[in-house]
Design a protein around this ligand. Sequence first.
Ligand code: FNR
Length: 183
Amino acid sequence: ATIRVAVFVGSLRKDSFNRKLAKAVEKLAPGDFEFTHVRIDDLPLYNQDFDEDYPAEAKRLKQDVESADAVLFVTPEYNRAIPGVLKNAIDIGSRPWGTNSFAGKPAGVLGISIGAIGTALAQQHLRNTLAYLDMPTLGQPEVFMQMKDGLLDDDGNVGNDDTRKFLQDFVDRYVAWVRKQIG
Ligand code: FNR
């Protein structure tokens, strides 16, 4: 059966390096893994009053997560944390209280930035949230990437053999681990 992965890219910008990284990962995955990017750019800012009558876009996001077998977060680091747009999407998916759509979904985390520490702090910050949301999260390999000219293109091509091998190793471990988690 097909294994469906809901992909959250933590950047909204058109030329996002993280979206290119997500495409690269998808290209290295086996054919029975199907990746869908979850739309987060049209979500309202989470407000606890929503819990009485959840907005349509928020319900759609919850449905996107609930219909997936696994989740992949590919995120930049903004000011040493995850971007607000991603946190907002996660908050929306986690509510109304008692209906956390993320619960139990196996997750993978990776990211790329222009800075040398390659989103390490944002990823650690995200891992705290995922633990609280009861998402088993792949620990290794960690993927902290620094963008360089020609490293990633829009079609998921990786312009450096060592980086491609490194990403293939991540994908192989993630795929094997997701299969095990969902049994
Ligand atoms: C950044 N950037 C950044 N980079 C980093 O490594 N650590 C950081 O804390 C920050 N902080 C930060 C804050 C804000 C508001 C912006 C706009 C940017 C730079 C960041 O790595 C760069 O903009 C990436 O290109 C963002 O990822 P996408 O959009 O290319 O996927």
